[in-house]
Structures are given as structure tokens and as C-alpha cells.
Design a protein around this ligand. Structure first.
Ligand code: CP
Length: 321
């Protein structure tokens, strides 16, 4: 996205939020394919589509054949259908597709390629929306930037700390990568805080540094969460997985045993510049962040969730109207 495109979409989302645009997508159908559970993404897209006069069809991995995304694959394994056939068929029925990919399918080198999503995007003749892969979660980041903009107005030079938090399960890097890239586009001064071994993808980090610098902002990395939180105006908490042990969750769990102090609590929040607390949800209460901060007056976690519907309605209007 360019900065112009981002501002345009956020402005439309703000207008959509203030005044319902009516049945502008009457007769349109959005197909949603979920290869992972979802509460917010599924409900916010369904509600948004209905409010615009259209409707959704939801399919989960239990409803679908196992799919082969590789080109020229010899399909003598478990995959019953090639993505190109599913994508071309679905394009005859629906006006847009949303896809949430599986959390982990192999190595990080494989999962960072978003094979299933990109194969759908290549072969479908309708727009394909990323509903989260291990690599990116753009709809979440759009809602997050809208939430920050509503609270801080101008985001240029605002201090955002993207804070790794502990979590018993291995998580994807989607929300972190997407928030990092959009916050960089807004010219924020970003501190990415994580323990050693939980580095984000090199290419995303380097691209974000360049984007932030071009927009007048900055990106730095800290391995000390207490130092990173100091002076933050937004503290965005999220766990993400160790790419080195991506296909070895037990090894990652062992590493995380010594990282239990990587959580957001009131003493940490007190060192910030009265920061907004953000988290994309679902959140492990009293592991990633304490009840006191999640339920505190600086928490914006439900505004982020609510804004999912508004930005996605704006996106659907741009794609389908
Ligand atoms: N934040 C988010 O995408 O939530 P769900 O997993 O519930 O959709």
C-alpha cells in the first residue's frame, strides 16, 4: 500500500463508521475460507457484509478438500484438489474471497511464502483478501492504525513499542509484521521489543526501516522490554513464534520457560508516556498481559476489534462497489 492508498482507506472507514453507507453491496457474495479458528475476523466480515447489503458464505477446513498449492505437482498424495481448480470454481460463484491460512505447515522458509493465499490470488478472477497467514495480517493492522489515529490524530513521530509477550503456544508473526509495516508507513517511531531468538523476518524488518525513514519515522530493535516501554505512547503487545524453531514447537516452549517476565503489567505501563495498550486478541490473560492493564482505562483492545468491521467494510466497498 502507498501512504495515499492507506489514508484513503482509513478516511473511508471513518466515514463508514460515522454513517452507515446503506445497501451498496446488494446481491454481492463474499466467500470466507478458514483453515484456522477465528472469532473477530469471521464475525466482523459477516456483519460488515450484511450491513452493506451483501452476504457471506463461510467454509472451514472440515468442509474443504485438502488442497495442493504447488504448480505442476504430481497429486498422488493426500491433496484431493489443486488450488487453481478451487480458485477458478469459486470465482464463478462469489464476488470476493477471504482466506485465513493454516498456522504452520512446515519450515518458516515455506510458511513465509504464503503459498496457499498466493496461489488463490494467482488463480482466482475475483479479489482475494488475506484474513491472516503466519506472515501477515493486514486487516488487523488496518484496524489498529485506525484505532491509533482516532486516539492520537497524527501518527508521525509518535512512539510505538511493539512488545513480544509470552504465550504457551507458538504464534504466527502476521499481526506483528503487518502493524510494523503500516506504522512505518505512517512515520511512527517504532521500537520492536523481543527476546533474543524471537527476531521478526529480516526482509520485513529491513523494508519497514526504509519505509519509516522515507516517512520521517524510525524503527529500532530492543531486547530489553523494560527499556523499550519507557516513554511509549502506544504499547502494542503480541506474542510471536521463533522462526528458527518454527517446525519444533517443543523447543520453542523450552526457550519460553525463562521468558515469563515478558508480559505487560501495571509497573511496566507506569514507565510509558501514559501509553494506549493494544493487543489484537485473543489474549492469554495474566500471561501476556495482566487483567489490570487489559481492563484498564488505557486499554483499546475492544476498539481495535470493533474497528475491524469498519475498515473491512471500507475495503469491501473499494473492491466491490
Ligand atoms: N485478531 C483476530 O484476527 O482475531 P480472530 O483470530 O478471532 O479472528
Amino acid at each position: 500500500m502507498t501512504r495515499y492508498e492507506l489514508d484513503d482507506l482509513l478516511d473511508l472507514a471513518t466515514r463508514v463508521k460515522g454513517k452507515r453507507p446503506g445497501q451498496v453491496l446488494g446481491g454481492k457474495t463474499l466467500g470466507l475460507l478458514f483453515f484456522q479458528p477465528s472469532l473477530r475476523t469471521r464475525v466482523s466480515f459477516e456483519v460488515g457484509m450484511v450491513q452493506l447489503g451483501g452476504h457471506c458464505i463461510n467454509l472451514s477446513s472440515d468442509d474443504l478438500y485438502e488442497l495442493e498449492p504447488q504448480e505442476q505437482a504430481i497429486m498422488d498424495g493426500p491433496a484431493e484438489e489443486h488450488v487453481k481448480d478451487a480458485a477458478r470454481t469459486l470465482s464463478r460463484y462469489v464476488d470476493a474471497l477471504g482466506i485465513r491460512a493454516a498456522a504452520r505447515t512446515g519450515t518458516w522458509e515455506r510458511d513465509r511464502q504464503e503459498l496457499l493465499l498466493r496461489s488463490y490470488a494467482e488463480h482466482a478472477s475475483v479479489p482475494v483478501i488475506n484474513l491472516e497467514t503466519p506472515f501477515e495480517h493486514p486487516c488487523q493492522a488496518l484496524a489498529d492504525v485506525l484505532t491509533m489515529r482516532e486516539n492520537l490524530v497524527s501518527l508521525k513521530h509518535r512512539k510505538l513499542t511493539l512488545q513480544w509477550c509470552n504465550h504457551p503456544e507458538p504464534k504466527g508473526l502476521g499481526p506483528t509484521h503487518s502493524v510494523l509495516q503500516l506504522a512505518a508507513l505512517m512515520g511512527m517511531d517504532i521500537t520492536l521489543a523481543h527476546p533474543l531468538g524471537f527476531e521478526v523476518d529480516d526482509e520485513v524488518l529491513e523494508r519497514s526501516k526504509t519505509t519509516a525513514s522515507d516517512a520521517g519515522g524510525s524503527v529500532r530493535v530492543s531486547n530489553d522490554h523494560k527499556e523499550a516501554a519507557k516513554g511509549a505512547e502506544v504499547l502494542y503487545a503480541r506474542s510471536w513464534g521463533c522462526t528458527k524453531y518454527w517446525d519444533d514447537p517443543e523447543r520453542e516452549a523450552m526457550v519460553k520457560r525463562s521468558l515469563q517476565d515478558w508480559r505487560v503489567d501495571e509497573p511496566l505501563m507506569a514507565t510509558t508516556n501514559n501509553a494506549l495498550l493494544m493487543h489484537p486478541l485473543p489474549v492469554r490473560r495474566n500471561v501476556a498481559a495482566t487483567d489490570a492493564v487489559l481492563d484498564g482505562d488505557r486499554s483499546r483492545i475492544y476498539d481495535q476489534a470493533a474497528n475491524r468491521a469498519h475498515v473491512q467494510k471500507a475495503l469491501l466497498m473499494q473492491l466491490l462497489k
